[in-house]
Design a protein. Structure first.
Length: 229
């Protein structure tokens, strides 16, 4: 069993929490100085689950669902793998030598192994607070709607996803202005869940191109289609 530095911290955080959704695990990491994005935490949690190192259950959340991740007791297997690694490199090691390191303080190198990530999109571009709109403002705004608006309907688009390119960064479905996209239950060959059109939103895409423009992997695009009558 091998765990990278971030995986180690995530399993440790989950152990303290017992079980938690990805967002709370990310908050727990941040409280202890590990700044990582939600997307990164979510991806690592999914990989740990795929390797059988943590549990995962679905729960309803705001009309959709989300995964709640659960700590599994991997202590014995983990310790055994460390000892196996030590034996593999150094042969038999004196137990007193190991005890000496067990009681020593963690080195600075261990603390520094997880590098800080850049701030999240939400931190860089915080949403402006929405002020209540007065009746007068609503009336004035209604006057600005073109009287012949019905002659110029919004365009319609069809969404295409190149699943194998997707790396589950969440950008497309989090930024779609009409909430057309959601995460799929299925994964591609690299273990990433990819976007799909939300049920009931098959005709909702307006071909705005936001999903295509934000995708770092060129994994999603839309083409304009005739609006269905
Ligand atoms: S083109 Fe715009 S409306 Fe359509 S799925 Fe992409 S972001 Fe959503
Ligand atoms: S399709 Fe692109 S933007 Fe959407 S999750 Fe996959 S990689 Fe991210």
């Amino acid at each position: 069993m091998r765990l990278g530095p971030l995986e180690t911290r995530i399993v440790g955080t989950l152990r303290n929490m017992g079980s938690a959704p990805a967002r709370l695990v990310r908050d727990g990491l941040r409280e202890h100085g590990t700044k990582v994005t939600y997307a990164t935490v979510s991806t690592v949690l999914d990989r740990l689950h795929a390797r059988g190192l943590i549990g995962r259950e679905k729960e309803d959340f705001k009309g959709r669902f989300r995964y709640v991740y659960r700590y599994l007791d991997i202590k014995e297997e983990f310790l055994k793998s460390i000892v196996d690694d030590v034996r593999l490199i150094f042969g038999d090691v004196d137990i007193e030598e190991i005890e000496h390191h067990l009681h020593a303080r963690p080195t600075k190198a261990v603390e520094a192994r997880v590098e800080l990530e850049p701030p999240t999109f939400e931190e860089t571009f915080p949403r402006p607070s929405i002020e209540p709109v007065s009746r007068e403002t609503l009336y004035l705004e209604s006057l600005r709607s073109p009287v012949n608006l019905s002659r110029f309907p919004s365009p319609r688009g069809r969404v295409y996803v190149i699943r194998e390119r997707c790396k589950e960064c969440h950008f497309c479905w989090e930024l779609c202005p009409l909430d057309v996209l959601e995460i799929s239950d299925d994964v591609n060959s690299r273990g990433y869940r990819y976007p799909k059109v939300r049920k009931g939103k098959e005709d909702a895409c307006v071909n705005c191109g936001m999903c295509r423009d934000v995708c770092p992997e060129f994994a999603i695009y839309t083409l304009e289609v005739e609006a269905s009558a």
